[in-house]
Design a protein around this ligand. Structure first.
Ligand SMILES: C[S@@+](CC[C@H](N)C(=O)[O-])C[C@H]1O[C@@H](n2cnc3c(N)ncnc32)[C@H](O)[C@@H]1O
Length: 291
């Protein structure tokens, strides 16, 4: 059997009992560590499971999946995925590959940023398409996220913006020279994300993201107990915060849609940089009826 097991969002203890049992019964356990990260190192998981874990990078999961699936028709093999196996990054490719090889598969679910974002007090029913924001370079600033945010905004819906992660990336030079030297991991922060959003607004000028008029909620280390941070405000408010206001990675951002319920305003107000401004924009710009 090939198991694909969600680990949840925080540490080794977020695995479900069902997931834990599957890990215990597996002869090989892989850890996918390039689309998201837990808040603890691999070694903590190994001690808790009393099992060695094999790190599976993008190349292994996407192009060498047969290595992972080897013998999974006669023994149990597990792939651990941070969050939920179908949360944001879907792992359908490897499941389809297993099926094609006649290997039985089972998915064990867990919490994902896709639902834990509800911690901000915004209703999951009111979210539109999720978008991903990648690190811009001097010459590469993909902006298709802007159209998706606009479509959501036109319907009054919130947008969950997932921020780029670069793990095991090679510099252009090392890539060109075929040197397997990797850059240190990078995780996009909320302030950088806000700067990139505002930069694209200044180019596209369609009025989707107004620094002083668009409400947003920044979330970091959701599910991480004391380390979780939620900060709400206008895009300008968030940009003005010191970098450490958002805590350690991973970070996400929600662009608040106009179909805003007063309970959402009241709940998220707890996290506002400036409560008065939060309510003022919610009432006067978003048109939310507040007491
Ligand atoms: C490509 S998604 C993978 C999501 C994962 N499979 C899941 O189900 O949660 C990774 C992105 O989600 C966001 N993210 C994941 N976990 C997070 C957390 N605990 N707190 C805040 N953002 C998180 C970050 O923006 C991160 O770069």
């Amino acid at each position: 059997m090939f198991f694909i097991i969600g680990l949840g969002l925080c540490d080794e203890k977020d695995i479900t009992v069902r997931g834990f049992q599957a890990v215990k019964g597996a002869t090989r356990v892989y850890l996918e560590a390039y689309t998201s990260i837990l808040m603890v190192q691999k070694e903590r998981l190994e001690v808790f499971y009393d099992k060695p874990l094999i790190l599976a990078d993008r190349d292994m999961v996407e192009t060498q999946s047969d290595t992972i699936l080897n013998k999974a028709d006669v023994e149990d093999v597990a792939l651990l995925v941070v969050g939920d196996p179908f949360g944001a990054t879907t792992h359908t490719d490897i499941i389809l590959r297993a099926r094609a090889l006649g290997i039985p598969t089972r998915v064990i679910h867990n919490a994902s940023i896709m639902n834990a974002v509800g911690a901000a007090g915004l209703q999951l029913y009111q979210f539109g398409q999720t978008v991903s924001l990648v690190f811009f370079t001097e010459t590469w600033k993909p902006d298709s996220f802007y159209d998706r945010i606009k479509e959501n905004a036109d319907l009054g819906l919130h947008t969950l913006v997932l921020l780029d992660i670069k793990v095991k990336e090679q510099s252009d030079e090392n890539l060109a020279r075929g040197r397997k030297i990797y850059e240190p991991p990078r995780y996009m922060s909320v302030p950088l994300a806000v700067r990139q959003l505002v930069e694209i607004e200044s180019i596209r000028k369609e009025g989707v993201l107004g620094p002083e008029k668009t409400l947003a909620v920044a979330l970091s280390r959701v599910g991480g107990g004391e380390e979780q941070r939620i900060v709400a405000g206008t895009l300008a408010d968030l940009a003005a915060q010191p970098e450490d206001a958002f805590g350690e990675p991973l970070h996400s951002l929600v662009i608040v849609g106009k179909r805003l319920h007063h309970l959402e305003v009241e709940y998220a107000e707890t996290f506002a940089v400036d409560r008065e401004r939060w309510r003022d924009i919610a009432g006067n710009v978003y048109g939310c009826a507040l007491d």
